[in-house]
Design a protein around this ligand. Structure first.
Ligand SMILES: Cc1cc2nc3c(=O)[nH]c(=O)nc-3n(C[C@H](O)[C@H](O)[C@H](O)COP(=O)(O)OP(=O)(O)OC[C@H]3O[C@@H](n4cnc5c(N)ncnc54)[C@H](O)[C@@H]3O)c2cc1C
Ligand code: FES
Length: 266
């Protein structure tokens, strides 16, 4: 059983109405072990409801300030409580959990990160680690509109080439981030693609990369209960030579090779 760490909420930042960045001070052991693409299982209230933990991608790790950041949208009971949490509140954190993105070593190497909506959350931590490794990094972020766009400044501050797409064209390119990826893949060398966001977007990324012969990894947000491989609540179908088998998103994932995932709409 993974150890539970106790964290203390330092502050929250509203990204837009219904979306927040929570910064939590916590144990160095958790921070040092965390890898991009991994997640934590958060106990929002130390007693009472909600009883079940909620999974969140690791959005940022700051070893100097000893903080972990989570980026979340309010969708139900747990996240509604989180949005009202004040500085000083204690939360229980199990993590880091799951398998993250395979950060490459060889240089020169170009990684493209494709984020849709809240799927951008784990990509900031991923970009930070790629930049530390001096790997050329491009991020393409897709949002519904300008009001719900975020993180452009965070990626640019890292020196990462940043593209924004919105469905209504209110900021950046009009359209989907997959259209930017499609054009980019034809005009420049991309060695690997990491993506997180709505399943329909990740499926498109998988198809584009498959056609172009570019390696890609997707981060799946399956519904989870135990978060540690015990309940089989989070299984995904993975292609293999004999057809397919199931793997647990919380243990073998949430990051999988895009070419191996059988997406739900298939
Ligand atoms: C590995 C992983 C990483 C995640 N990272 C993030 C993140 O960085 N930021 C973020 O905002 N959310 C993330 N999620 C989703 C997040 O866990 C859910 O939004 C959260 O648990 C909802 O809790 P709640 O109590 O507010 O909602 P609930 O009351 O539990 O549910 C409210 C609604 O949200 C839906 N829902 C619950 N869990 C999920 C899920 N996993 N995926 C899609 N819909 C769900 C429910 O079906 C329901 O319609 C992640 C999920 C996983 C599995
Ligand atoms: S959430 Fe229980 S096995 Fe994955």
């Amino acid at each position: 059983m993974k150890k539970e760490f106790i964290g203390e909420i330092l502050y929250q930042e509203m990204m837009y109405d219904g979306c927040y960045r929570m910064v939590i001070k916590t144990d160095e052991d958790l921070l040092k072990a965390s890898q991009p693409g991994q997640f934590v299982h958060l106990k929002i209230n130390q007693t009472g409801s909600p009883l079940l933990r909620r999974p969140f991608s690791i959005h940022r790790i700051d070893l100097e300030q000893k903080t972990i950041s989570l980026l979340y949208a309010v969708v139900g009971k747990g996240t509604r409580i989180m949005a009202m949490d004040l500085p000083g509140k204690k939360v229980g954190i199990i993590g880091p959990l799951g398998t993250g993105f395979p950060l490459p070593d060889p240089k020169p190497y170009h990684v493209a990160l494709i984020g849709g909506g809240l799927g951008a959350a784990p990509l900031l931590f991923t970009a930070e680690r790629l930049v530390e490794k001096e790997i050329k990094t491009t991020v393409i972020l897709g949002y519904a509109d300008k009001q719900r766009s975020m993180l452009e400044g965070d990626f640019k501050r890292l020196g990462v080439r940043t593209y924004i797409s919105t469905e209504d064209g209110s900021i950046g390119n009009r359209g989907y981030p997959t259209e930017v990826l499609q054009e980019m893949i034809l005009s420049e060398k991309i060695d690997a693609v990491f993506t997180c966001g709505p399943e329909i977007m990740m499926h498109k990324v998988a198809v584009i990369c498959g056609d172009a012969g570019v390696k890609a990894w997707v981060s799946l947000e399956e519904k989870m209960a135990c978060g540690v491989g015990a309940c089989l609540g989070c299984v995904v179908r993975i292609r293999d030579e004999g057809g397919s088998h199931y793997e647990k998103a919380c243990k073998e994932g949430p990051v999988f090779k895009a070419s191996e995932v059988i997406f739900h709409e298939n």
